[in-house]
Design a protein around this ligand. Structure first.
Ligand SMILES: NC(=O)c1ccc[n+]([C@@H]2O[C@H](COP(=O)([O-])OP(=O)(O)OC[C@H]3O[C@@H](n4cnc5c(N)ncnc54)[C@H](OP(=O)(O)O)[C@@H]3O)[C@@H](O)[C@H]2O)c1
Length: 327
């Protein structure tokens, strides 16, 4: 197969297309012919040598893909060679072939083309598992999504809006804020000009938000807790602003609040299987009827993985950046 590899940790230029042996599907796994993969921020860290793959998973970068089933490992049921699918991966997506546990394989939602389906597994599984399965956002509640124009943000805004919540979001430019409004955000906040805590207070009559989906980590920790309503939940999924911060536990306990942090990649296969099944049941119907759309910034060929990383690193993208195996 062809795969993108990095001879050494470094900038986007270290990524090159090389030939590697095809992966073999282990019992319970499926071999996929990859149609497309998508870039995640974790991929940038892995390229720099800061985010090694979990034990037992491929050393090739890539946490999601779409493609066609090429072979079934021993004991796999419910899938057939030739099925068009998308999949949540622990690694290996930047390649023309990848092996993945069958439980992490999902059908392509109706109405979505095979390449575009590569934009869905990470955002759908991350947003659904954190905002709905873990933090239990309810229709009458208010959600603050940081980074609303990113891959995660564009999906979170649409899904929470579709399920009846009021959505506040932050982004870094007027153009990106407009995208967020077009996707259903009720209140948009320019993080480079406005203090989001002040805006939250203003638009919630001092009550705060019920849930924050946070990509920043340390740099927003204190202000995120300030922005919470009584019984509010802060869910940290990204550490773009650092990993070590200071938490005012007094404020948290007065609010009877909760802080949760999760990483999807290192969760056991059984948990990822349960998340994928729940996504297919609850989220795919909303994608199939067009209520929630995959947002794709650009499609580039796999050989241009370096350029794709540059675009994401520079925050030039709105939604997802895809890498396709067809030239
Ligand atoms: N824990 C998990 O399982 C998991 C899974 C998937 C993703 N993630 C994490 O979730 C985060 C978002 O992922 P993604 O795929 O959406 O990445 P992305 O498309 O690259 O988006 C990154 C976002 O960060 C925003 N941002 C930068 N500085 C900000 C600030 N000071 N305040 C608020 N937002 C700011 C950017 O906003 P502008 O573009 O408007 O500047 C952009 O929307 C990343 O940190 C990623 O690692 C975690």
């Amino acid at each position: 197969m062809h795969a993108v590899t990095a001879a050494e940790p470094g900038g986007p230029e270290v990524l090159t297309l090389t030939e590697l042996p095809d992966p073999e599907p282990a019992p319970g796994e499926v071999l996929l012919d990859v149609a497309a993969t998508a870039v995640n921020r974790a991929d940038l860290l892995q390229r720099q040598g800061h985010y090694p793959p979990p034990p037992g998973s491929s050393g090739v970068i890539g946490l999601e893909c779409s493609g066609t089933v090429a072979a079934l490992g021993e004991g796999v049921e419910g899938l057939a060679v030739g099925d068009e699918v998308c999949a949540l991966l622990a690694g290996g997506g930047y390649a023309t072939r990848v092996a993945v546990p069958a439980g992490q394989v999902m059908p392509v939602p109706d109405g979505v083309d095979l390449v575009t389906a590569a934009a869905l597994p990470e955002v759908a599984c991350t947003v659904w598992s954190n905002v709905f399965m873990i933090a239990n956002l309810r229709a009458e509640e208010t959600l603050l999504v940081h980074g609303g124009a990113g891959g995660i943000g564009t999906f979170a805004i649409q899904l929470a809006h579709a399920l009846g919540s009021r959505v506040l979001t932050t982004a870094g430019s007027p153009e990106k804020l407009q995208v967020c409004r077009d996707l259903g955000a009720d209140v948009t906040i320019n993080y480079s000009e406005q203090d989001f805590v002040e805006v939250v207070r203003e638009v919630t009559d001092g009550r705060g938000v019920d849930l924050v989906l946070d990509n920043m980590g340390a740099s927003y920790l204190g202000r995120n807790v300030e922005a919470l309503a009584t019984e509010g939940r802060l869910v940290v999924i990204g550490l773009q602003g650092g990993a070590r911060g200071e938490l005012d536990l007094g404020m948290l306990l007065r609010k009877r609040g909760a802080v949760v942090a999760t990483a999807l990649r290192s969760r056991p296969v059984a948990e990822k299987t349960a998340i994928c099944a729940s996504v297919v049941e609850h989220v795919w119907p909303l994608v199939a009827d067009g209520t929630v759309k995959p947002i794709v910034h650009v499609r580039l060929p796999l050989a241009q993985a370096g350029e794709a990383h540059r675009v994401v690193e520079a925050s030039e993208s709105v939604g997802k950046v895809l890498l396709t195996t067809a030239p």
